[in-house]
Design a protein around this ligand. Structure first.
Ligand code: ADP
Ligand code: MG
Length: 251
């Protein structure tokens, strides 16, 4: 479903991704861990072209992300419209919940379907309410984000991403900004999605989640993938010394 080949990314003189190769299969849950600054967020942002990449390619369901090929086979920037459509099919959830503060929870959820998908109001509301019920905050539909907990806001953000009926979901440290007692409710929603077969790429420091849910664990360090395997294998016997060092700090 996602095919990343030779992905390189620089910020000015700073090279932060050094040739990432990664395939994510349909229905797979890939968890990415690694020290701060290792390039996890940048990789995730390149997958849906929130960050343009410099070299290599990202394919999503066979479509080259960020570019179209012209009639001579040269890479041209993808149209804005095609890009926003593609992006909406990779639901993204960030550490900061990024809800619109002046809209209610339900208004946040129906915004994308209404504007990007031109969905009729009644349909968008029905789907939105169903998704809020699914993530356990159906009773908060008409409340403003400031008046619900961080865990509820993050579940609203997940519902908002799901409202676009994405084919994959990308999570960038979705529980890192939450008080510890609110982490579980967000992870539970993510576990449900995983069990339903959603394709997911998850950057997290929640090692319990990785152990329980990840089909594959990926360890990044200094802009490279240094280890790939099951969480069980990697936690029990990391092959790379920097993995061992990182795990000593987080496990
Ligand atoms: P992680 O998510 O693993 O903590 P990031 O992908 O955020 O790592 O960052 C990787 C490196 O890229 C870091 O050195 C960071 O400082 C740098 N970086 C990230 N975003 C930018 C940016 N917009 N401009 C310049 N440097 C950036
Ligand atoms: Mg990050």
């Amino acid at each position: 479903m996602l095919r990343v080949a030779g992905l390189c990314k620089r910020f000015g003189a700073l090279k932060v991704l050094h040739g990432i190769d990664l395939d994510v299969h349909r229905g797979e849950v890939v968890v990415i861990i690694g020290p701060s600054g290792s390039g996890k967020s940048t990789l995730l942002n390149c997958l849906n072209f929130l960050e343009p990449y410099d070299e290599g390619e990202v394919h999503f369901d066979g479509v080259l992300v960020g570019y179209r090929l012209d009639d001579k086979g040269r890479k041209r920037p993808m149209s804005h419209r095609a890009m926003s459509e593609l992006r909406s099919e990779m639901g993204m959830v960030f550490q900061s919940f990024n809800l619109f503060p002046h809209k209610t929870v339900l208004q946040n959820v129906i915004e994308g379907p209404r504007i990007v998908r031109r969905q009729r109001r009644k349909e968008a509301i029905a789907l939105g309410q169903a998704l809020l019920d699914k993530v356990g905050i159906g009773d908060k539909a008409h409340v403003y984000p400031a008046n619900i907990s961080g865990g509820q806001q993050q579940r609203a953000a997940i519902a908002r991403a799901l409202a676009m009926r994405p084919r994959a979901m990308l999570f960038d440290e979705p529980t890192s900004a939450l008080d510890p007692e609110l982490v579980g409710e967000v992870l539970d929603v993510m576990k449900t999605l995983a069990a339903e077969g959603m394709t997911m790429v998850v950057v997290t420091h929640e090692m319990g989640f990785a152990r329980e849910v990840a089909d594959r664990l990926i360890v990044m360090d200094h802009g490279r993938i240094i280890e790939v395997g099951s969480a069980q294998e990697i936690f029990a016997s990391p092959t790379h010394p920097r993995t061992a060092e990182f795990l000593r700090k987080v496990l």
